[in-house]
Design a protein around this ligand. Structure first.
Ligand code: AHM
Ligand code: MG
Length: 333
């Protein structure tokens, strides 16, 4: 009989990969896992709990907030406050970064950036949503952590992960030594290792992009979409198109089956829609660790400078060869 390995056991085991680790990152990951279970419980019964729908407020980006956006944000903040390992939280739902001011956190070394509930427009219709997180080590050595600690590039991430609240709930994360996926077993309330050493196929035949905006796309993206649709047996084209409106769900599928996810600049979103710090960078870290590629079409996502914690970026991410082809066309046209 195969023994079950829980997320908690796995994290402790992997701590040995970091010779000087004192267990802080492990505890931080554990705290995020606990908050994920609480959010999962509410997402699962959203229709019953009166928490479907808009909260009547907007976030810093002027997007309307769902009640579950706010709930998830509160849960992750509470978990980090109790954990004592995180000094600053950056969230899609908060205009400014939040100092974690608890007695426990006074020597905290880590900064967490989070999109607590990504794809939240899908909640009301029972389609998968996700959480995306990114973890940085603070660079300043004394006093309070500063904005410079927050504005680090993606290559400085020490860990990143996502939770997908789907037909099953999974937590997938990396600390820079490969990618591992854990499925929540609701009967024991634990994330259990189900997808060890995830590797993204170098090629695929599924593309994810909101084609409704076709007329607003740059020429290179239009050419790539046409390339996906051409009949060519050798390269398995035409490709299949899948787009849920939840980046986590679309990328999770690409990670497992191979594929490409694109959110380009558009006439209406001249800098792209997705946020660099808590959407693009963590997903780029995971995808690269699984053998895939992530860029804005011209430059590696994780090397982009961060000037604003809510800044947006175009993103072309997924299987190595598919991303390379999209980049080639973007740069040519
Ligand atoms: P959100 O953070 O406000 O939920 O927006 C992010 C989501 C992504 O998950 C998804 O890929 C994208 O927005 C969908 O946007 P659009 O409806 O413009 O295609
Ligand atoms: Mg989001």
């Amino acid at each position: 009989m195969n023994a079950v390995k829980t997320l908690g056991q796995f994290i402790i085991e992997k701590q040995a990969d970091f010779p000087y680790a004192k267990g802080e990152l492990s505890r931080l990951l554990r705290d995020l896992g606990i908050a994920a279970k609480i959010v999962n419980r509410e997402v699962n019964k959203a229709g019953l709990a009166g928490i479907i729908g808009d909260a009547g407020s907007t976030n810093v980006q002027g997007e309307s907030q769902k009640k579950l956006d706010i709930y998830a944000n509160e849960q992750f903040l509470a978990a980090l406050q109790c954990g004592g390992e995180c000094c600053i939280l950056v969230s899609e739902e908060n205009d400014d970064y939040i100092y974690i001011d608890s007695e426990l956190s006074k020597n905290a070394k880590y900064i967490v950036a989070i999109d607590p509930l990504d794809g939240s427009s899908n909640i009301d219709v029972n389609v998968s949503v996700g959480t995306i997180f990114s973890i940085y080590r603070r660079k300043s050595t004394d006093g309070k952590a500063t904005i410079a600690d927050v504005l680090q590039r993606g290559i400085d991430q020490v860990a990143a992960g996502y939770i997908i609240y789907g037909s099953s709930t999974m937590l997938v994360y990396t600390t820079g030594k490969g990618v591992n996926g854990f499925t929540l077993d609701p009967s024991i309330g634990e994330f259990c290792l189900s997808h060890p050493n995830m590797e993204m196929p170098v090629d695929g035949n599924i593309y994810s992009i909101n084609e409704g905006y076709y007329n607003h796309f740059p020429n290179g993206i239009k050419k790539y979409i046409k390339y996906c649709q051409v009949e060519d047996e050798k390269s398995h084209r035409p490709y299949i198109s899948r787009y849920t409106g939840s980046m986590v769900a679309d990328l999770h599928r690409s990670l497992i089956k191979g594929g490409i996810f694109i959110y380009p600049v558009t006439a209406r979103a001249p800098n792209g829609k997705l946020r660099l710090v808590y959407e693009c960078n963590p997903m780029a870290f995971i995808v690269e660790q699984a053998g895939g590629k992530a860029s804005n079409g011209y430059q590696r996502i994780m090397e982009l400078n961060v000037d604003d914690m809510h800044q947006r970026s175009a993103i072309v991410i997924g299987s190595m060869n598919m991303v390379a082809k999209a980049e080639e066309l973007l740069q040519k046209y």
